[in-house]
Design a protein around this ligand. Structure first.
Ligand code: GTP
Length: 603
């Protein structure tokens, strides 16, 4: 078994696009860890979508061997995702390490997420190796970036490495610093097995491959293991390491990072953050920090046509094997037919699921407007959680409504502070908590804001306001009482659940008016006049009428503004034309997407 003093386990803290994957590529080359013929750019980003979007979604570890002062060290690098939706995975990757490389793009500076993750690393007692990347760029602002790092972690400027992951300049210094500055892991091979699950991947042929960091004890083929949060037991079929390709080993011991295959059927049975121990000699306590992760954003997904329902269901089931955070359950909407109510970690996660469905399973879906989960105190004293506007109880049954709040942090050049403040404070019910300087001419602003206000278009707005310079991160704070109200839509006096939406009181009238107007444009004329009404507070708050049909206008009724989302449905063409009959009114599916667009236009 490897001497723990010759092991270093590290992760990389970097904002999206700051060059983490490129750095790992260079390290693999430098240490000749990958056969040059197999080496291709962004070796670690294995999923197609990751490569195309250039973002890391799944953490992929790699073990390299490095000669330093006549000793051979084993360095395990855990490549972590940088996006806010996947923060929990980042925090678990950190728990598997003793050190972290803090990598900052010299042309961008320290971003909000980097700050959040750096503090997380400090909390986890990780030793930091700070590096400024992309020093080869003409617009690299190396000194400025160094100052921002000094502000962040208070280290000496001489301790900040300057590298170019692209050209390889300075990369060796990073490896040396890892050996010198990061402490080796501790662990006792005689103690019962304690292995932290920091990721899991589903493989068609082999079932779930669990990525682990061993803290105490050891694990080998034939051992019976126990997943501590569920109590489930499995027999180990194989253990191994990442080279980065998977390579079987006899066993895994203290300090090591590797994988276990044990006939686990889906990733949900071996969740990130959980502890694996030996079934015969179990550890008495799991590793700290495990928490059940709950989705933050919900939306319904429909296939458009009933024929595609089964296919959608099967595809979601397959996706779930590999995406432990994806939640879904069957739902039915009189308007859109059978579908699924889905829960996601955030909007990016939602987008990735949609895209994977389209790309890997070739199934286009209609997604309804995303919303958060509300907590409702009923008049009878009971409490319930509701994430589907259609399932909101009647107003007279509600005593109080609570909605989730987050602490939002934004790093921005000081020029945009005013506009960001105005947008958040005036339009999104946010409260500025405080501001701090984050280097020269840059400010970090902290807000308390309802999650619902930032899940639709906020990120895009922030980018627009700041010309792409501001970055954000958020953490969940808790539920607070709130004045939100459900707007129900009645078409020809019939309520249409799929069109209902939850909004804050201050926007109820505006949104209601926009909704009825939009629907009156999208729904074709009929032989009779159709009233479209928006109802809230037990009364009608907005109304528009569709006039009865004159003979010559039918032809114009379909077309409409075909959105990007509808274009994606090209494959299911028939579905596009299909109209739903509700209270004798035929409603095109486009109309159901109107809610989504109104939501985007709220601000
Ligand atoms: N000029 C220059 N470009 C770099 C350097 N390092 C990375 N890049 C480029 O920056 C872009 C982003 O790099 P990635 O390595 O994909 O970034 P990442 O941090 O892994 O991004 P995520 O996986 O999304 O977190 C790519 O186009 C790289 O070629 C560098 O040192 N110099």
């Amino acid at each position: 078994m490897k001497d723990v003093n010759l092991i270093r386990n590290i992760c990389i803290i970097a904002h999206i696009d700051h060059g983490k994957t490129t750095l790992v590529d260079r390290i693999l080359e430098l240490t000749k860890s990958v056969d040059p013929r197999q080496m291709h750019e962004q070796f670690l980003d294995q999923m197609d979508i990751e490569r195309e979007r250039g973002i890391t979604i799944k953490a992929q570890p790699v073990k390299i061997l490095y000669q330093y002062k006549e000793k051979e060290y084993e360095i395990n690098i855990i490549d972590t995702p940088g996006h806010v939706d996947f923060s929990y995975e980042v925090s678990r990757s950190m728990a598997a390490c003793e050190g972290a490389i803090l990598l900052v793009d010299a042309s961008q500076g320290v971003e909000a997420q980097t700050v959040a993750h750096t503090y997380l690393a400090i909390e986890n007692d990780l030793d930091l190796v700070a590096a400024v990347n992309k020093i080869d760029l003409p617009n690299a602002n190396v000194d400025e970036t160094c100052n921002e790092i000094i502000d962040l972690i208070g280290i000496d400027s001489s301790d900040i490495l300057k590298v170019s992951a692209k050209t390889g300049q300075g990369v060796e210094n990073i490896l040396n610093a890892i050996i010198e500055k990061v402490k080796p892991p501790k662990g006792d091979v005689k103690k019962p097995l304690k292995a932290l699950i920091f990721d899991a991947k589903y493989d068609k042929y082999r079932g779930v491959i669990v990525y682990v960091r061993i803290f105490d004890g050891s694990v080998k083929k034939g051992d019976e293991i126990l997943v501590m949060s569920t109590g489930d037991k499995y027999e180990v079929i194989e253990t191994g390491i990442f080279t980065p390709l998977m390579k079987p080993t006899e066993e895994l011991g203290p300090g090591e990072v590797g994988y276990i295959i044990a006939g686990i059927k889906e990733v949900g049975h071996a969740k990130v953050g959980d502890t694996i121990t030996n079934a015969a000699f179990p550890s008495d306590s799991p590793l700290p920090g495990y928490k059940e992760i709950k989705p933050m954003v919900y939306a319904s997904m429909f296939s458009g046509l009933p024929e595609y329902y089964e296919e959608l269901k099967k595809s979601l089931e397959k996706l779930k094997l590999n995406d432990w955070a994806l939640f879904f359950e069957p739902t039915h909407s009189p308007a859109l037919g059978f579908g699924f109510r889905c829960g996601f970690l955030g909007l990016l996660h939602m987008d990735i699921v949609r895209e994977r469905l389209e790309r890997e399973y070739e199934i286009a879906v209609i997604l309804t407007a995303p919303n958060v989960e509300y907590k409702i105190l009923l008049s009878n004293g009971n409490e319930m959680f509701v994430n589907d506007p259609a399932k909101f109880p009647d107003e007279d049954e509600i005593q109080k409504i609570y909605e989730p709040f987050v602490k939002l942090s934004i790093i921005t050049p000081s020029d945009y502070v005013g506009d960001i403040f105005t947008n958040l404070q005036n339009e999104r019910r946010a409260n500025l908590l405080h501001t701090e300087n984050a280097g020269k001419n840059r400010v970090i602003m902290y807000f308390k804001v309802p999650l619902a206000e930032i899940i639709t278009d906020f990120f895009d707005r922030l980018k627009a306001i700041s010309h792409g310079y501001a970055s954000m991160d958020y953490e969940f704070l808790g539920y607070e009482e709130s004045d939100v109200v459900k707007i129900s839509i009645l078409i020809n006096k019939e309520p249409v659940d799929a069109l209902s939406t939850i909004v804050h009181k201050s926007k109820a009238y505006i949104v209601a008016k926009k909704l009825v107007d939009k629907l009156s444009e999208l729904i074709p004329r009929h032989q009779f006049e159709i009233p479209i009404q928006a109802k809230a507070y037990g009364r009608i708050i907005a109304r528009a009428d569709i006039k009865a049909l004159r003979k010559d206008v039918l032809a114009k009724c379909y077309g409409g503004d075909v959105t990007r989302k509808m274009k994606l449905l090209e494959k299911q063409k028939e579905g596009k034309k299909k109209l739903r009959e509700i209270g004798q009114v035929s409603i095109p599916q486009e109309a159901f997407l109107a809610v989504l667009r109104i939501d985007e236009e709220k601000h």
